[in-house]
Write a protein that binds this ligand. Structure first.
Ligand code: ZN
Length: 504
């Protein structure tokens, strides 16, 4: 009886210990149903494509925050789950051009180059026609002209033979006309363009992240050929072949533009699980939750990019939170970092590394997940059981074998290292959030599925995701993360393959 009793009492305890210290016990976090629940929410019409600094992005942030809260993750900024940062957008609130009392129409007759410009009111009596407006060793349209303080008008494009010469001489520069006008001291540049009238833009102008401009650029206005013909007193448009001579002209010109700078807010969402005996050391797992938003009324759902990585991030948080609740939490702290601003230029991750909540030398690695739910169009139908591993061999020699071992033991995907080729024409290594960590010397792996036909299209929808593969790829990140969070030492930073590595 006694022996029986002891067995009876110990059996359930032993079995719980045996199961929960084994990471495979937490594979349930990556089930089809859970993955679909998250991804169909993140890539739903209500989230409107999650563009940075829009209500759709804020809804996605709230969803991620709620999930972190429900798991009892600690708020990643210390005070809250969202790390807010400002972004900016310009909008023109007044655009007026008058020539000899005649007023011209925005978008029909002219358009102002909004980003980087400033509000101005300019009144002129004389202006200068400067041909194609080049001024370099191949061609100088400014010879004999004094344009200082004056408005300059030039033709768009270049004469047919010049482009080839510029390319050959390494002098091609898309900003050449603007820079030439500025170098010669012009007050404003008017460029005659063929593609007018343009439609009034129904989409707002681009976002930018730095309100401080270190350079003032010359005010640049595109105008129609019709408007140019009137200003040049050449209604037949003979100037358009480029043979009109550069010359000063007289007219009363008024340029009147007012710009408003909108300051908007975006955020990264951060939650963490505190480690046990190595809690001041960190593992970061990241994915970006922003996407392209809407163009007109068309939604870019971004299910794969990067709804899939965000979904993986949420399930990884669930798996590690459950392990912790079972008494098998990680030795190191794990930060789950959902970035925004990625599609605008890796802004959220850049903001994070420059305002990080821990010293980056204590971060053993960043495992970044960006697009893991689809199959590369280059892959044959019988070779879909793969994931691209990018950047694992750049900073720490220990990382590649750890990821390989996790895969060989648990997941059995084909690990494809195609994009580790330094000559990769797509420069994939530089194109997601891990790169901001790598620049600071933090070892990284970027998990990626490749480029497919729905990449950055409105057709990147959750019904086109391969959930079996998404689950396996998320599990590979999980097993690699488990090892990185629990092994005795931080990864050593012994490779200097990376061109911008600061740390070692
Ligand atoms: Zn992406």
């Amino acid at each position: 009886m006694r022996i029986f009793l002891i067995l009876f009492l110990f059996f359930p305890i032993i079995s719980v210990l045996a199961q929960s210290s084994d990471p495979t016990f937490y594979e349930g976090a990556f089930s089809d149903a859970v993955l679909k629940k998250h991804l169909y929410t993140l890539a739903s019409p209500e989230m409107e494509g999650r563009k940075t600094a829009t209500p759709g992005q804020q809804k996605a942030a709230a969803y991620i925050e709620n999930h972190f809260r429900s798991l009892d993750l600690r708020p990643g900024t210390g005070e809250g789950y969202q790390m807010f940062y400002p972004v900016y957008r310009d909008s023109m609130i007044k655009m007026n051009i008058e020539v000899n009392g005649k007023s011209y129409q925005p978008f029909t007759d002219f358009e102002v180059n909004v980003p980087g410009n400033f509000s101005t009111t300019m009144l002129g009596r004389e202006w200068i026609y400067a041909g194609y407006g080049f001024s370099d060793s191949l061609r100088d349209d400014y010879i004999g002209l004094d344009v200082r303080g004056k408005i300059v008008m030039v033709l768009g494009g270049e004469p047919p033979e010049l482009l080839q010469q510029q390319l050959k001489a390494g002098l091609f520069n898309p900003f050449a006309k603007r820079e030439a006008a500025q170098a010669h001291g012009a007050a404003a540049l008017i460029v005659i363009q063929k593609d007018f009238p343009r439609m009034a833009p129904s989409n707002p102008g681009p976002l930018y992240k730095n309100a401080f401009k270190d350079r003032i650029r010359i005010f640049t206005i595109d105008i129609s050929e019709k408007m140019a013909g009137e200003m040049l007193n050449d209604p037949a448009g003979n100037f358009s072949d480029g043979h009109a001579q550069p010359k000063p002209l007289s007219a009363d010109i008024l340029l009147d533009f007012k710009k408003e700078i909108l300051t908007l807010q975006s955020s990264n969402v951060l939650g963490y699980i505190e480690g046990s005996d190595l809690k001041d050391q960190w593992l970061v797992i990241s994915a970006h939750y922003d996407h392209l938003g809407k163009r007109d009324s068309i939604i870019y759902f971004g299910a794969d990019d990067d709804g899939s990585g965000t979904t993986a991030l949420l399930t990884l948080a669930s798996a590690f939170a459950k392990a912790k609740a079972d008494g098998h939490g990680p030795r190191r702290s794990i930060l789950f970092l959902a970035n925004s601003g990625e599609e605008e230029g890796l802004w959220g991750s850049q903001y994070f590394v420059s305002h990080s909540t821990m010293p980056l030398k204590n971060v053993t690695a960043d495992l970044n997940i960006d697009m893991i739910g689809r199959i590369d169009s280059q892959k044959k139908p019988d070779s879909v059981n793969y994931v691209y591993i990018v950047g694992d061999n750049k900073i720490s020699s220990e990382l590649h074998p750890i990821n390989e071992a996790a895969n060989n033991k648990f997941v059995h995907l084909n690990l494809d290292y195609l994009f580790n080729d330094p000559k990769d024409p797509e420069r994939i290594y530089y194109r997601s959030d891990h790169y901001n960590f790598a620049k600071e010397g933090v070892p990284i792996i970027f998990y990626f599925d490749g480029i497919h036909k729905d990449y950055h299209k409105p057709t990147d929808t959750p019904d086109r995701i391969n959930y079996d593969i998404l689950s396996k790829r998320a599990q590979l990140v999980f097993y690699t993360a488990w090892e990185l969070a629990n092994r005795p030492k931080l990864l050593k930073r012994d490779l200097h393959d990376h061109d911008n590595t600061k740390g070692k």
